[in-house]
Write a protein that binds this ligand. Structure first.
Ligand code: FES
Ligand SMILES: [Fe+2]
Length: 410
């Protein structure tokens, strides 16, 4: 027999923390608060250094807090980040997703970022180097030396990823990771190179994507994972290890790819991982390092609203790869994680389904995060641990977000 509405929306008979109010996935006010309290205060990955290989290369980045950034390599080979805003009248300085300022543009000369509106120009270090007809219009009231781009904190670290933080007073990156990346330090020790990039925009909350990376119970959705993982030795020993800061690791295992019809055993390894091993680290609030030797996948989430998220997917190999080795990494990566791979589109399907179904929050049920299996692979501690950090940052309980504001120390 089905449930009536009040039964359907009633709180589960479980401890708080074991379930989530669906409003945390859909409420625009909560989302705005997340941008301010979470994304504007934490380190996020904007790109990888190999995506800006040459001096004067740049990428633009849509920061999850709602800011447009420029990431650019300067003449000293340093990677800088700036708000993509002209200090003259607030125009977007760079419109393209990526490129180089080495050559001249239709708006200005080489080696400078020139605003297309009134041609103010800036160097790759952010200094203003030219204001057209400055003396005529401003006399001495406005001079290039008084203006510059707004710098954003950058660290290039942990495998050459370009991390940014909007908070000028935030601790350095290492002090926010709680040692979570030390667990996969060997896998990040050699210079890496991005060989694959694609993005997906789905109707769902950014936390739903992180949830799906933070629990393995949904391996039931992945036929490939059931055959190559769940049915193989070592799967049920995989364990979640929680780190301070809301981060978590899932210990690695050996997959048996050739158990899947038509697929061969993996032959190439990855530094720190033998061929066919699979390791994972999820970082709060929206980064996943996923390594199936011989390839690494990095997910970064950019929420576009409470119920819309852009996910960036990068595939990485080693900079030292020969063309043959690289081809093998690309093939193995794309077979599983490309847009038509065996695994990733299924996760997108599950998350989109949640986003569509829970969006009508008047009739959305509480969502369970309640599996406890000694922190082993189908335990849902990954999501609970993530939301404990969410609670600390937001001062709201995920199971009762409109109740009394909670004390962070609770
Ligand atoms: S807004 Fe950029 S030069 Fe005027
Ligand atoms: Fe999955």
């Amino acid at each position: 027999m089905g449930r009536n509405r009040s039964e359907w929306v009633s709180k589960p008979e479980l401890e708080a923390g074991m379930y989530v109010d669906p409003a945390i996935y859909t409420d625009p006010a909560i989302f705005a608060e997340e941008q301010e309290k979470i994304f504007d205060t934490t380190w996020v990955i904007a790109c990888h250094e190999s995506e800006l290989p040459e001096i004067y290369d740049f990428r633009t980045y849509q920061h999850p807090g709602g800011h447009n950034l420029i990431i650019v390599r300067d003449e000293n080979n340093e990677i800088n980040a700036f708000l993509n805003i002209c200090p003259h009248r607030g125009n977007l300085l760079i419109y393209e997703p990526a490129g180089s300022i080495k050559g001249a543009s239709p708006s200005g000369g080489p080696r400078r970022i020139t605003c297309l509106f009134h041609a103010w120009a800036f160097d790759a270090g952010g200094s203003c180097i030219d204001i057209p007809r400055a003396q005529d219009g401003y006399q001495d009231r406005v001079k290039p030396c008084d203006y510059a781009l707004r710098k954003v904190r950058v660290e290039v670290n942990y495998g050459g990823f370009v991390w940014v933080n909007m908070d000028e007073n935030a601790p350095v990156l290492k002090d926010t990771l709680g040692g979570a990346l030390d667990a996969i330090a060997d896998t990040l020790a050699e210079p890496l190179e991005v060989f694959h990039y694609h993005r997906a925009v789905i109707d769902g909350n950014f936390k739903m994507w992180h949830d799906t990376n933070s629990e393995f119970y949904h391996d039931y959705m992945h036929y490939h994972n059931r055959i190559t993982g769940m049915m193989q030795p070592g799967y049920w020993e995989r364990e979640y290890i929680a780190y301070e800061g809301g981060h978590a690791q899932v210990t690695d295992m050996q997959l048996k790819y050739d158990a899947f019809e038509g697929m061969d055993e993996r032959k190439l390894g990855w530094p720190g991982l033998d061929a066919g091993r699979w390791a994972l680290v999820d970082l709060f609030p929206g980064i996943s390092f996923n390594i199936r030797a011989p390839a690494m996948r990095l997910d970064t989430t950019i929420p576009l609203g409470p119920n819309k998220v852009l996910i960036e997917f990068r595939g990485l190999g080693l900079k030292s790869d020969t063309p043959e080795v690289r081809a093998e990494r690309i093939r193995d990566h794309n077979t599983i994680w490309g847009p038509f791979g065996r695994n990733l589109p299924e996760d997108l399907l599950g998350t989109t389904g949640q986003g569509v179904a829970l969006n009508d929050r008047t009739d959305a049920p509480y969502v369970l995060h309640a599996r406890e299996e000694g922190n082993k692979v189908h335990d849902e501690i990954g999501m609970r641990h993530y939301l404990a950090m969410w609670k600390e940052k937001m001062g709201r309980s995920p199971s009762d977000p409109y109740g009394n504001k909670v004390n962070a120390a609770e």
